[in-house]
Design a protein around this ligand. Structure first.
Ligand code: ATP
Ligand code: MG
Length: 695
């Protein structure tokens, strides 16, 4: 096949091959409109020809685009072009974990812990939004020299496995078998997120041992049998220096019975955290590692500080508090932001960016840097609603003291509101005060009218007002409307975009949040055909509109008599022709020239309009009348540099086309110089020259 390196496909300049996998080739490419390097997964043309496959792939890619996590490779778009179908992903400058293991053998337990926490963060996030990876393995894990992890290919295995066991593609995927869970090997339909826990366990196994428990010479059948029967020796069999608790965590993750494995990524992460905390004495010796102190020690400090202060909010950075102990940690490497949140008393529900993340205390919750909206609530206590700003590379710990709800509100004559939303766990603000997340069973309020705002990430904000009456219950049930995301691209970029007739900016437009429904999109750019289409935006997925705009053209027809050459914008189109010349030109201004070697030259600026034809007949034998006058009169007229023997004022008969005219009279000079004129037909106004007397 012809190489596509160097080509520009749909706005992406293909730079290099990054690797090959089961679905096709992955290229490094430059998004020419954003000037940003991306990774393009080009789907094997054999697969792309299968419509069912394509359909499943598109559905899956849309689901993937909603995964946003520091440890997950972002999927930006899916493109269908004449060169094939490809997925546009974030480009990660890193090697795969599989390459690392091959090149440097087993990892230290410290590095394994650092990496496994990020892997659990990635799959934990995906599981929370309902995506199962299905193919966790070292070649789908990108790891850079700073031990930063990004997981790729979420959910794609589902698409490819459904393609059928006979396909060549399935057979190409040798090596994948090692990480398959027993339920996957058995071909069970309802494989759930615990299958990812298994594959992750097997990946950690390989990291600690330097190889999988299988041998290259093992037949597929014997590998499958051992997986299903759970005959996998503990990792310590191959490497006795693996710390026992870590080996136990790995063994639990790869239990053949899903019920005996960790039941969530968080649960596994907790065990890893406990293991890490209990070994932190050792890890402090390692200069590249910068660790948060254990939750217990933070609590100790917190309790002391609580005695000292009655402040409402107390913010502290444990890294600073412990700086004396940890000055050995000199080279601080950039880490994802880990946030710990504690409350006094604890067991308050924590809502971050409109999603419930758990009960306090939470330790080292991973979050994207920037502003985060935080709400804390607990029955009997006043809720806290605040915005925190966390800088990248900063690990922070926040402690909050919750104030008890004052008893005085419990007076008579109150009314009750119940607020439910579908889905629940949406934040509720009454008269701009955050009161908790739905469902709100029993909010007691004084009689009156209240404003209500309900917000949940990924849903349209709901606003309304309600009335509370004494001793009555107001029930409010809200159906939240899911928001969809829309990307709009055009080639070239910079085109105006209209959404249902209203301008929403210019391309590229990314992740415009819209309510579900059908929209009319028009993309307009001068010199290009307007493109209009309908898109139906669905919730929970990213919808794409991408269009290579068609340049607008018009045509030009020109016939030269008796014959001559045609030039457009200075370029010869047709030499010495006596038949009509026709060409199509981009809209806009152009310079058209007809030339006959003896009869002259005709030149004109023309304006080509979209889908219109401009027609010219230039007859160099045709003549036109032109009157020449001057002040004073009686000057000799020079035509194209030659004295004509005619004196002003005079009506001249000239061939059509370009002529140069001037006048002369002794004792006078012509300050304006000669004049150029392009004659096409009789000229109504005289050509007038003004001379100056020489002293
Ligand atoms: P499988 O098809 O089973 O996933 P695989 O993971 O080996 O097999 P691909 O996913 O097609 O194959 O990836 C091929 C190679 O491309 C990877 O090994 C990796 O080196 C590179 N690669 C993939 N995605 C990216 C990315 N987003 N950024 C940089 N390199 C990438
Ligand atoms: Mg892959």
């Amino acid at each position: 096949m012809e190489s596509i390196i160097g080509k520009v496909i749909d706005g992406y300049r293909i730079l290099d091959v990054l690797g090959r996998g089961g679905m096709g080739v992955v290229y490094k490419a430059l998004d020419t409109s954003l000037d940003k390097v991306m990774a393009l997964k080009m789907i094997d043309p054999m697969l792309a020809r299968d419509e069912n496959f394509l359909k499943r792939f598109k559905t899956e890619a849309r689901a993937l685009a909603k995964l946003e996590n520091t440890n997950i490779v972002t999927v930006h778009a899916l493109r269908e072009t004449e060169f094939g179908v490809f997925m546009v992903m974030e480009y990660v400058e890193a090697k795969t974990l599989s390459d690392w293991i091959q090149q440097k053998g087993p990892f230290s337990w410290e590095d394994t812990v650092t990496i496994s926490k990020q892997l659990l963060n990635a799959i934990g996030h995906a599981h929370r939004v309902g995506v199962i990876h299905r193919d966790i393995k070292p070649s789908n894990i990108l790891l850079d020299t700073d031990l930063r992890v990004k997981v790729t290919d979420f959910g794609l295995a589902k698409v490819i496995r459904q393609h059928g066991p006979s396909s060549t593609v399935t057979q190409m995927r040798a090596g994948t078998l090692y990480y398959m869970s027993p339920e996957q090997v058995k071909g069970l339909k309802n494989v759930d997120f615990r299958s990812d826990i298994y594959s992750l366990g097997m990946t950690l196994y390989e990291m600690m041992v330097g190889k999988t428990p299988f041998e290259k010479t093992d037949s597929d059948f014997s590998i499958q049998k051992r997986i299903v029967e759970g005959e996998i020796p503990p990792p310590t069999k191959f490497n006795s220096s693996i710390p026992k608790p870590l080996a136990k965590i790995i063994t639990k993750a790869i239990d053949k019975n899903p019920l005996k494995r960790y039941q969530s990524a968080e649960e596994m992460n907790q065990d890893i955290q406990v293991f890490e905390d209990s070994n932190s004495q050792v890890s402090i010796k390692k200069p590249s590692q910068l660790k948060l102190p254990s939750l217990k020690s933070v609590f100790l400090v917190f309790t002391i500080l609580l005695v000292l202060t009655l402040s409402y909010i107390l913010i502290m950075d444990p890294l600073e508090i412990f700086s004396e102990k940890e000055t050995i940690s000199t080279t601080k490497k950039p880490e994802p932001v880990l946030v710990s949140i504690m409350t006094e008393p604890d067991n308050a529900t924590i809502v971050v960016n409109d999603s419930t993340v758990g009960q306090s205390p939470i330790n080292q919750f991973k979050i994207n840097a920037g502003s985060i909206a935080l709400q804390l609530m607990k029955d009997g206590f006043q809720s806290i609603d605040t915005v925190l700003t966390v800088r990248a590379g900063q690990n922070v710990s926040y402690s909050f003291t919750l104030k008890q709800k004052s008893e005085t509100v419990l007076v008579k004559n109150l009314g009750i509101v119940q607020i439910q939303s579908t889905p629940n766990e949406a934040g509720v603000w009454i008269n701009n005060r955050f009161i908790g997340t739905t469902p709100r069973e029993k909010e007691e309020l004084r009689p009156g009218r209240y404003n209500l705002v309900v917000r949940k990430r990924g849903y349209a904000e709901y606003r309304d007002a309600f009335v509370v009456r004494t001793d009555q219950t107001t029930e409010i049930n809200i159906k939240l409307e899911m928001l969809g995301k829309l990307n709009i691209y055009s080639q070239p970029a910079g085109a105006d975009v209209l959404l249902d007739g209203n301008s929403i900016g210019s391309t590229p437009i990314s992740e415009k949040e819209l309510k579900q429904g059908s929209y009319r999109i028009s993309i307009r750019k001068e010199g290009y055909e307007e493109y209009s289409t309908s898109v139906s935006v669905t919730g929970s997925s990213v919808n794409n509109v991408s269009k290579t705009l068609t340049p607008l053209t018009g045509s030009l027809k020109i016939l030269i008599r008796p014959w001559g050459s045609v030039y457009v914008d200075g370029v010869l189109q047709k030499k010495d022709t006596n038949i009509q010349f026709e060409t199509s030109l981009p809209v806009g201004l152009h310079k058209l020239k007809a030339q006959h070697p003896a009869l002259g030259e005709w030149e004109r600026q023309i304006k080509i309009e979209g889908n219109k034809t401009l027609e010219y007949v230039i007859d160099f034998n045709q003549t036109a009348m032109l009157t020449v006058t001057s002040e004073p009169n009686g000057c000799e007229i020079y035509i194209d540099g030659e004295a004509s023997g005619k004196y002003t004022p005079k009506q001249l008969k000239l061939r059509i086309g370009k002529h140069v005219l001037s006048v002369q009279k002794s004792g006078y000079m012509l300050p304006g110089g000669e004049m150029q004129i392009n004659i096409e037909e009789d000229v109504r106004d005289p050509l007038h020259f003004k001379l100056i007397k020489i002293q």
